[in-house]
Structure formats: C-alpha cells, structure tokens
Design a binder for this molecule. Structure first.
Ligand code: MN
Length: 204
C-alpha cells in the first residue's frame, strides 16, 4: 500500500507562503485522491510489491492502454506530491541554501546557487499548462533541471535521472492564494524549501 508522507509541519506551518486552505486542499484532497486511485490501479495491474519508481520506470510493461495511462497519471500524482510536500519547512526553520557536496555541484554545474534558482524558476513559470519543474541527479552525481507536463516525471518519461526536488506548478498548488500569479508563487516557494531535505536526497 502506497501512503502519503506525513507532513513534517502543521497544516498552517507554511504560512504565509502557502496558506492552510491550500495545504488542506492540495495535500488532503488532491494528493489523497491520487494515492487512493494509484493503489487501486496497482492492485488491478498486479504490481503490488513494486516501488512507485519501478512502476513508473516500466510503464511499457503494462499492456492495457487505459491502465497504463492511469498508472502514469495517478502514480505520478502520488510520487511527485510526496517529493514536493516532504521538502518544505516553516520559513524560520528551513535551510535556505544548500551546503557541502550539493552546493559544490550546483556551483560547478550552474555557476551559482542563484543561477540554479533562476533556471528552475524559468522552467516552472514557462511550463505551459499544468506540470512540474525538477532538479535531478544521476548515478555519477551530475545535476540537471527540466520541466514536465501533467503528472509526468523523470521516471515515467524514461529520462534516466532521479528527481531530488519537485516544484508543482498546477494551478491547484497556488491558485487559492496567488490566483493567476504563478511567478509570485514560484518566487516564494524558495522561502519554505528546506535544502537539508534536498541534500539528503542528493547524497542517498
Ligand atoms: Mn499538485
């Protein structure tokens, strides 16, 4: 059984960046629904026991097209949101910049931490319609950024990289509070992103 991560903060713990109603709706309704449906589809497809990464990386092995599409969308919805919600901390507790190995690699790859934030922000605001922006790594510890539509992710698209940071730009992630101002939400997102969590994912 796949389960939503337990939020490592209170439902109002990310205010004023993300308000309680947005978390209650996004985590409590949207993410909960993706998780429930994904579990049903996994059982239907006989894939119980596989990890979400395994399922999303091997969608081609599911012959039935409707089931394959369902697993891609619902499995992405389940997996992507765990990565997203797990990486936040209250403004006064979040580690606001990476250090150590990840910081070094960011400087080497993108020039500076600010340059990485600019690249990610551009991908997030530039994603047409619903989707995500990502920071990814590979077996050699290289870093890359990308954006993807809908609930696709680097696994379901066969990119051969592991996502370590997920930035949700579906309207449900910001519309209750920021309305049409996606760029404003993207800018504020970095105030509650906890780089301690991203560093752990990178070093794992
Ligand atoms: Mn979402």
């Amino acid at each position: 059984m796949f389960e939503q991560i337990k939020l490592p903060y209170e439902v109002n713990g990310l205010e004023p960046i993300i308000d309680q109603l947005t978390i209650e709706t996004h985590y409590g309704k949207h993410h909960a629904a993706y998780t429930k449906t994904f579990n049903e589809l996994v059982e239907k497809a006989g894939l119980t026991g596989k990890t979400a990464e395994e399922i999303l990386s091997n969608l081609d092995s599911v012959a039935d097209e409707t089931l394959r599409k369902g697993l891609r969308n619902q499995g992405g919805g389940y997996y992507n949101h765990n990565l997203y919600f797990e990486a936040f901390a209250p403004v006064d507790k979040a580690k606001h910049a990476p250090t150590g190995k990840l910081a070094e690699k960011i400087n080497e790859t993108f020039g500076s931490f600010d340059a990485l934030k600019e690249k990610l922000s551009a991908l997030a605001t530039g994603q047409f319609g619903s989707g995500w922006a990502w920071l990814c790594t590979d077996a050699e510890g290289n870093l890359s950024v990308m954006n993807t539509p809908n609930q696709d992710n680097p696994y379901s698209l066969g990119c051969g990289v592991k996502p370590i940071l997920a930035l949700d730009v579906w309207e449900h992630a910001y519309y209750l509070q920021y309305k049409n101002l996606r760029a404003e939400y993207v800018k504020k997102y970095f105030d509650i992103l906890d780089w301690a969590v991203v560093e752990k994912k990178y070093e794992a």
